[in-house]
Ligand binder design. Structure first.
Ligand code: HEC
Length: 162
């Protein structure tokens, strides 16, 4: 007896595995609700991770330290160059102008990592998400520095004369 073998080769092996798409739980710690921090994000709001900064440290040691010292990216120099600008400016600068002897050779990810390290050098707070290697996204993050570096202690110290 012949059994009609209906070989239904249903090519149903469409494996749709979004293993990359980490569903971002839109949990914002802002209990006040509403305010989307996107447009007002700054380097003081925690925009890189510690891990990213330590990767950046390796990039820096390998490609930048021949010309720079960390001190050249902090304090007054950092303020002068970057304060009030956006991280996209720093990203584009490093992407296109650094390393000075071989500009344009860094992968965008390395630039983002090295930026995280620069932020860390400047004592910026760490956050939960890494800096994206993407100028458009970085355009939303303003570079702000802590006031504490400026000697803005109003000289209204009362001198008590005993
Ligand atoms: C061959 C030497 C050289 C190398 C390597 C180099 N730079 Fe520079 N960098 C310079 C010079 C010189 C300047 C001053 C501005 C200019 O001439 O463009 C500068 C300026 C900068 C500035 C702005 C001013 C400051 O000090 O903050 C940043 C940020 C910077 N470099 C980051 C980097 C990073 C990140 C790397 C590694 C990926 C790197 N540089 C590698 C020579 C170098």
């Amino acid at each position: 007896m012949r059994l009609g073998w209906t070989i239904a080769v249903a090519a149903c092996m469409l494996v749709r595995d979004p293993s990359h798409a980490f569903a971002q739980t839109g949990k914002s710690s802002a209990a006040s609700g509403g305010a989307v921090p996107d447009s007002s994000a700054s380097t003081l709001s925690g925009v890189y991770t510690d891990e990213q900064a330590s990767r950046g440290k390796d990039v820096y040691a390998g490609t930048c330290r021949s010309c720079h010292t960390p001190a050249s990216h902090t304090g007054a120099t950092f303020n002068k160059w970057w304060r009030g600008k956006h991280l996209s400016d720093l990203f584009l600068f490093v992407s296109t102008r650094m390393p000075k002897n071989d500009p344009g050779t860094l992968a965008p990810e390395d630039v983002a990592d090295v930026m995280a390290y620069l932020l860390k050098m400047n004592a910026m707070p760490v956050g939960k998400e890494e800096l994206p290697p993407d100028a458009d996204a970085l355009k939303k993050i303003r570079i702000e520095t802590k006031r504490s570096t400026a000697p803005s202690t109003g000289s209204t110290a009362k001198r008590k004369k005993p």
